[in-house]
Write a protein that binds this ligand. Structure first.
Ligand code: EPU
Length: 417
């Protein structure tokens, strides 16, 4: 299993190009299932999760490949409507094939994802929404079996705004008979990007980006002629944390700052300096970070996907900060690893109290999930000495060319097998 060896070496400086968003690419790739023919998606990052999704589509009979940032998916032939356990267990986002399969082929067999390192993560709202649209759902030997002759429009209220749940039902509703209204829908930029892509395919969608989305079903959709996915806001936020933690100076390019409003405001409270330039956003770390509190929330709140990286930053800040995780119940697995590096953090329920330490010290640590790995990278880059990050495959699932990008800004980093 690969590991990453990082030696903290002070302020990192240079330019970072942000890649396309993993969490926008995944639903957009599955949207190709809704039409017959060749779809082309641009700015798709080269990541393990993307190749898993392509494998899943190939397993269904489609021809799917991705090269140099372009994913080509030909759904002219689709003859297997199953997402097997072996693929779903490595990537929960596989569940995104459910809505498109039922809408277009009237059936799907998708493995139930089960729990993961950040929480139980059920898909009950995806299933009850599809049921409301007329699908018959059965659970059998760990699989969801869904069937429908023709989905019909419905009014669906989400108890909690769910990102992939909103995406799944929006895709299903695009081909349903009649109008679907999703209330308390997720407002994340990735939901909006998917809606924009669906509209290019011929879907009728209003309100994406607000908490009420209205979808008027159409009989047929066209393949994706060309769609370029939005920038990865979490990757951009992670590099902001790196600039802040190392007292560096990074010019972060090709992303939308408005997708990171909450994160940037909190980073500014922590003393990080932001200067808008024509080529991108310059982010400068202060001499001493100030402690500040955060509470994770669905968009436009502070994203849970930036919580771990923010905590790594606070581990060296001046003072005590309180970090509340409200989206996932178990997203503090990085705490024990950060403690191994000298961080002073205590947890009670969904709340972590971080008492800023003068220095962090390099140590062998273990990545437990994608964003936890990113927080260990942030901590290792500002720690004294060498850190060895084990199980780095988690990082490879979601950060494109992380080592290359780090090396380019002066980090001492290498990979060992
Ligand atoms: N939830 C339910 N029932 C459901 C669906 C969700 O109770 O049917 C709960 C979840 O357990 C959680 C909350 O609702 O407590 C919100 O979860 P959501 O469904 O929004 O999460 P997700 O769609 O499974 C996506 C991202 C995650 C990101 C979350 C929250 C993708 C592929 N994944 O997951 O990204 O953390 O939204 O923003 O878009 C990551 O990239 O590292 C990652 C985990």
């Amino acid at each position: 299993m690969d590991k990453l060896i990082i030696t903290g070496n002070g302020p990192l400086r240079g330019e970072v190009e942000i890649s396309g968003a993993k969490n926008a690419s995944l639903p957009i790739i599955t949207a190709a299932i809704l039409a017959s023919g060749k779809s082309i998606v641009r700015r798709v990052p080269e990541l393990k999760d993307i190749s898993t999704m392509m494998k899943l589509l190939c397993n269904m009979g489609a021809a799917a490949s991705s090269e140099n940032g372009s994913a080509v998916i030909d759904t002219s032939v689709m003859n297997n409507f199953e997402a097997p356990y072996d693929l779903v267990k490595t990537m929960r986002a596989s569940v995104l094939v459910l809505g498109p399969l039922v809408a277009r082929y009237g059936r799907a067999k998708v493995s139930l994802p089960g729990g993961c390192a950040i929480g139980a993560r059920p898909i009950n709202m995806h299933l009850s929404g599809l049921e409301k649209m007329g699908a018959r759902i059965e659970l059998q030997s760990g699989y969801v079996l869904a069937e429908a002759d023709m989905l019909k429009g419905a009014s669906i209220y989400f108890d909690i705004p769910t990102v992939t749940g909103t995406e799944n039902l929006m895709m299903a509703a695009a081909l349903a008979k009649g109008t679907t209204v999703l209330e308390n829908a997720a407002r994340e930029p990735e939901v909006v990007d998917l809606a924009e892509c669906l509209v290019k395919m011929g879907a009728r969608i209003n309100g994406a980006g607000s908490s009420i989305i209205e979808i008027e079903g159409v009989a047929e959709l066209n393949p994706i002629v060309e769609h370029s996915v939005i920038a990865d806001r979490i990757e951009a936020g992670t590099f902001m944390a790196i600039a802040g933690a190392t007292g560096g100076d990074l010019l972060i390019k090709n992303f939308s700052a408005k997708h990171l409003d909450a994160v940037i405001m909190k980073f500014m409270d922590a003393g990080i300096i932001f200067e808008k330039e024509e080529a991108g956003m310059r982010v400068k770390g202060p001499e001493k970070l100030k402690a500040c509190d955060i509470k994770t929330m669905p968009y436009p709140g502070f994203p849970t996907d930036m919580q771990a990286q923010f905590m790594a930053l606070m581990a060296r800040a001046d003072g005590t900060s309180v970090i509340s995780e409200t989206v996932f119940e178990n997203r503090f697995m990085h705490v024990a690893e950060l403690r191994r590096m000298g961080a002073n953090i205590s947890i009670e329920g969904g709340m972590a109290t971080v008492r800023g330490a003068k220095t962090l010290k390099g140590a062998p640590v273990m990545a437990t999930d994608l964003r936890a790995s990113a927080s260990l990278v942030v901590a290792a880059l500002c720690a004294e000495g060498e850190s060895v990050l084990h199980r780095i495959y988690h990082l490879d699932r979601g950060y494109e060319k992380m080592e290359d990008k780090l090396k380019k800004i002066g980090a001492i980093v290498s990979r060992a097998h």
